[in-house]
Design a protein around this ligand. Structure first.
Ligand SMILES: *Cc1c(COP(=O)(O)O)cnc(C)c1O
Length: 385
């Protein structure tokens, strides 16, 4: 019975081109699909501090934070994140996924409503479902739809408005000032997910509030240590009361082993590097602009296909989706790029909606101009008209 069920499901996935397998990238492959935006996972200071922490504390934390897994590195990291995000306090979790589960399920229950953008990350959606709050979804960046939901949801005890800062599969930026204005008008609580904004948006990489110049206006800031910070883990930053409450209430914080101290040391070092080497963030932006410019030229060269090929997104993010549409075609171009030594992942349902398969390029501060030029000309050659 079980075996038949699984075989049937796998067959279905294979038939529709959605079967997923793991791969390892060879040493010579140029990776255009990593979230290590600043290359910090390999930065000498990050590696040295992690090794130092392993030597001092061993590898695993050995217990949850509230039992005996807490170290001075966890606390230093939380102070540093709070300072970086301009908040009173912060709490770290084992992953960003678990940070979203913890904060959302602690803030709302069946008497409340959560209001989310349709393109919010899977961890937000899972957290909303687990919370039992009424889930209300507005079309991507549709402020009129958000306003309508806010108007019509006054019967709920609390309303929580959640948005990604940078949308992970489309690379565009939430219209945060307007969202905050609406949330204030309707007395809703706001959370932003800064997974792809921390270390990326704003001149000093502080995130979407710095980008718009509206520091401190969001109620709850969530993020990950696993992307631009080159480590592993997630965090929530906010008021001291919020953090005291989450430490007591968030099950994904309480019932799991603390982050390895070395992961904290690595994230701390990464935050230090971001402050000391602002040129990294500048480079990331220069690289992103450079590739967008190159790709826009591909479009012009092929007017028949022009407006279809690229989602324009925002100039300020290093996530560049190339919309192909068809899943099979998308995976084929991805495979052909890999044969030439460039890894660009193909993104397909259920990560993105049916018919919206795409190549998803992510830039790094460490990509060279030549690598980007090579990628652009390969795309020109391989993308089907
Ligand atoms: C990656 C991601 C997460 C999860 O973070 P992890 O630390 O990888 O678990 C949450 N939200 C968004 C928007 C993400 O892109």
């Amino acid at each position: 019975m079980m075996r038949e069920f699984i075989i049937q499901k796998i067959k279905e996935l294979k038939r529709t081109g959605l079967f997923r397998e793991l791969r390892q990238l060879g040493g010579n492959t140029i990776n255009f699909s990593s979230n290590d935006y600043l290359g910090l996972s390999k930065h000498p200071l990050v590696k040295a501090r992690a090794l130092e922490a392993i030597n001092g504390f061993g590898f695993g934390a050995g217990a949850s934070r509230l039992i005996s897994g807490n170290t001075k590195l966890h606390e230093q990291l939380e102070r540093k994140i709070a300072e970086f995000k301009g908040r009173a306090a912060a709490l770290v979790f084992s992953t960003g996924y678990m940070a979203n589960l913890g904060v959302i399920t602690s803030m709302v229950d069946e008497n409340d409503a959560v209001i989310i953008d349709r393109l919010n990350h899977a961890s937000i959606i899972d957290a909303c479902k687990l919370s039992k709050a009424k889930l209300q979804v507005y079309a991507h960046k549709d402020l009129a739809a958000l306003k309508k939901i806010l108007e019509q949801s006054a019967k709920y005890k609390k309303r929580l408005v959640i948005t990604d800062s940078v949308f992970s599969m489309d690379g565009d930026i939430a219209t945060l000032p307007e969202i905050i204005k609406l949330a204030k008008e309707y007395n809703a609580i706001t959370i932003i997910d800064e997974a792809h904004a921390t270390g990326v948006l704003g001149a000093r990489g502080k995130g979407i509030e710095e980008y718009f110049g509206i520091e401190g206006q969001i109620d709850i800031v969530m993020g990950t240590l696993s992307k631009a910070l080159g480590s592993i883990g997630g965090f929530v930053a906010g008021s001291q009361e919020l953090i005291d409450y989450l430490r007591n209430k968030a099950r994904s914080f309480i019932y799991t082993t603390a982050l390895p101290p070395a992961a904290c040391a690595a994230a701390l070092a990464a935050l230090e590097v971001i402050e000391k080497e602002p040129g990294l963030i500048r480079n990331l932006r220069i690289n992103s602009r450079f590739l967008r410019e190159k790709i826009s030229k591909i479009n012009h060269a092929d007017p028949k296909n022009g407006t279809e090929t690229l989602v324009s997104g925002s100039d300020e993010t290093p996530i560049i989706p190339i919309m192909i549409g068809d899943t099979e075609k998308t995976m084929k171009v991805s495979a052909q790029l890999l044969e030439r030594g460039f890894f660009v992942s193909g993104i397909r349902p259920p990560t993105v909606p049916e018919g919206k398969s795409r190549l998803r390029i992510t830039l790094s501060a460490l990509h060279t101009k030549k690598e980007i030029e090579c990628l652009a000309s390969l795309l020109q050659e391989l993308i089907p008209a």
